[in-house]
Design a protein around this ligand. Structure first.
Ligand code: FE2
Ligand code: FE2
Length: 340
């Protein structure tokens, strides 16, 4: 995945996504080492952890923002635009903090648990040895994404003096825990793996925009670019991994997976409206104004369109394996608005 895409629901600046190029790349055949073309074959020359410099805030970047207002959904609303300039800038800085914090936690709490299981062979999926070895590279990538997210957050805090708002447990983790708690114990490991596949293959056009935004400080743009570049390899890997996994699931597990995927996508992407209302109140908006901003920014139509667009490729991967051939799974896909 290339960050916490659910934070970017409702952004207006969606034009292109370089990862769509990858989406057209056929996945390697899931039939042994001979069919596996590693997305990590140039990893030592390309990976951010191996090649990219530390991204450091420049001394003076004029009136550049710490995040582009066009990419922060609530910053589009007139009631937020009317906030005093310092307060409006804090809206952007807090969005950056949240993005970095949630990215860090997703990597080390969720993704790397599964990635290490793949590398060590403890996940119960037989893979070509090369694929398991690649998982160690991904493990390094995700650990570095955590490090550079925390590093940048600390730099911005030192520079601006703005203290990150306490966000509590990220919404996607709370929702994942709820889903896991409702499942029979025997299905939880599968759900966790599916959640990682989903989060690593969603495509966010909003995040792909960040490096192109001249109104954003260079260190933020470079950090997002570094991350997106690494995640392109991860996306290709997990598209292949899914085919290996699917080939080894029983018919019952496939039915379970088909039913779970739409819910997992929704858990990852749907905005956390209570937290957004609370944050808005912290900028001095009345409860009624905060409600109005949240309701008008995140209409059911906007949320639905974002979910459908961001999950299209992921849904396609599962669909091509027959995951939604079961009418109940197709109903779930429809219920979450991910298919017409
Ligand atoms: Fe990452
Ligand atoms: Fe990743």
């Amino acid at each position: 995945m290339c960050g916490i895409v659910g934070l970017f629901v409702g952004c207006t600046a969606l034009s292109y996504c370089p990862k769509q190029l990858l989406a057209g790349t056929p996945a390697a055949a899931p039939d042994g080492a001979a069919g596996y073309r590693s997305p990590f074959r140039n990893w030592h020359e390309r990976a951010s952890v191996r090649q990219a410099p530390r991204r450091v805030l420049a001394d003076d970047e004029g009136d550049r923002h710490y995040f582009s207002p066009d990419l922060v959904a609530i910053a589009q609303h007139p009631l937020v635009k009317e906030l005093p300039p310092a307060c409006f800038e804090e809206v952007l800085v807090q969005h950056l903090y949240r993005y970095l914090e949630f990215t860090a936690r997703l990597e080390y709490l969720v993704v790397n648990r599964t990635v290490l299981g793949i590398a060590r062979g403890s996940i119960g999926v037989h893979l070509p040895e090369e694929m398991r070895f690649d998982a160690y590279k991904m493990y390094c990538d995700e650990a570095y994404h955590t490090l550079f997210s925390v590093d940048l957050s600390r730099q911005v805090r030192q520079r601006t003096g703005i203290v990150p708002k306490e966000t509590g447990e990220p919404y996607f983790l709370v929702r994942l825990q709820q889903i896991l708690a409702e499942l029979p114990a025997g299905d939880r490991a599968l759900a966790e793996v599916l959640f990682v596949i989903v989060s690593e293959t969603l495509i966010s056009a909003s995040l792909a925009e960040v490096p192109e935004r001249a109104d954003v400080v260079a260190a933020v743009r470079s950090t997002v670019r570094d991350h997106a570049s690494d995640e392109g390899r991860h996306h290709a890997y997990f598209a292949t991994f899914l085919r290996h996994l699917w080939g080894q699931l029983s018919p019952r597990e496939r039915r379970t997976a088909g039913l779970l995927v739409p819910r997992l996508v929704d858990a990852f992407l749907r905005p956390d409206l209570p937290a957004i209302r609370l944050e808005l109140a912290g900028y001095g908006l009345s409860a009624a104004d905060a409600e109005q901003v949240a309701a008008e920014t995140y209409t059911p139509g906007i949320i639905g369109a974002h979910l459908a667009a961001t999950s299209r490729q992921t849904v396609h991967y599962f669909q091509s394996l027959g995951a939604f051939d079961d009418p109940a799974a197709l109903d779930e896909l429809r219920r979450y608005g991910m298919v017409a």
